[in-house]
Write a protein that binds this ligand. Sequence first.
Ligand code: NAP
Length: 479
Amino acid sequence: MTMDVLNLIGGRWVEGEGEEFADTNPARPSEVVARGRFASAREVARAITAARDAAPGWAATPHHARAEILLRAAALVDAAAEEWGAELAREEGKTLPEAVAEVRGSARILRYYASEADRDSGEVFASPRPGESVLVVRKPIGVAGLITPFNFPIAIPAWKIGPALTYGNTVVWKPSSLVPLLAYRLAWALTEAGLPDGVLNLVYGEAEAGSAIVDHPGVDAVSFTGSTAVGRAVIARCGELGKPVQTEMGGKNASVVLADADLDHAAEQVCLGAFRSTGQKCTATSRLVVATQVADELLERVADRAARLVVGDPLAPEVEMGPLVSSAARDRVAAGVRQAVGAGAKPLAGAEPLEREGWFVPPTVLDLPGTGVDFWRTELFGPVVGAVRASSTEEALGLADLSDHGLSAAVFTRDLGTALAAIDRLEVGVLHVNSESAGTFPYVPFGGAKQSGFGPKEQGRAAREFYTRTVTVYLGAPA
Ligand code: NAP
């Protein structure tokens, strides 16, 4: 079934004056999952004006009333989780259980941000002056421009829109053009839950629409998630304009397996980190550093698991890994693997192209000749993990840190001292000890170090550092 999707501008669902688009199923590219039209430049500007007009009223709405709307939206999202999960699997390619979990996770994120209404909204300090208190009050930033990637079509938007709305901001949102349907679903849930007109605006478009949002003087701050290349351009432009910006960008995440680790557990977790969501997670494991003493044993288990993974239609119950999102993604990953093999990497599993309909690549494990290969530095964003060996814990942690990216890492060890050393040594935003490199909880900060992240972190209370600004009030007693 093909869904028709619409832009949401100033509380009205509109077709869009721009180019037509078709959202296709990456497992069966001839199947159109959703279709619609991009917003024109004029419509993007109208959406921003609508968000500006709605901003004072929404900021003045009591926090608990804003929270009620998020709670109603969360209930609608939860109620539709099975149906929307299937749509997500059809438009993005992750397996049905992962897709349903993502939809449910989005409801949880909205509930978390609703609960912010019950927490403190500022701070009070003492003053050395008699009768005076110092208040730190938080205010919304105004209109937030949100730009989201394809790989979590509903969770990432929820973890931007949730805090933006709960803290009293209005929103203009441009989702990835690869996943318009789940964007439509989330916007529908929020409007159906009672969001006033203009508070959330959804505009479909590609890079041009994203740039228009970044550039527009009516947008007070920009939150972007996507590749490092685009993120850095967004940072540079916001710098020129003096606009607050938050970017979460690419990763090249390492898992370190030390000689004292439980190898069965480590192998299983490395495979989950590398191959779940077809490796299309910013926190996916793509580099593996293994203690030399256990390297052959560990790599054999990882390669064996990879070779046995069932690849196919993400809606089929037996399938463990679906396709990549697009033909461009499939070609990029295949080229990266060819390049690594050409540079001396030994394929332990996968690597050969799959001759079948859809944007499939096999789960691939490479034994790398060292860290000098492009593979070590370049994010492929697919189900490929490349391994090197290390002869000491210090060397292993050093190799894991040898990257321009710093999103997440995993360390497998039974030694507390090693875990503590990893916290010190690894420049990452997220560190897992004895679990896969991917996975986040909505109530704790999320975001990367180095070239993986810029600006305040997302999720949990960290989000309010971006979506609010403080006013420090010296509240003296009347004379
Ligand atoms: P992308 O190509 O950078 O696109 C991200 C978003 O930016 C899309 O909506 C895209 O629109 C838009 N865009 C493209 N060019 C733009 C421009 N010049 N100005 C403004 N917006 C522009 O990333 P993606 O392929 O969707 O997502 C995969 C990447 O995101 C990976 O690098 C992954 O690591 C990263 N990611 C990071 C995190 C994190 O939290 N650190 C989470 C998820 C993903 P169109 O695509 O519609 O043209």
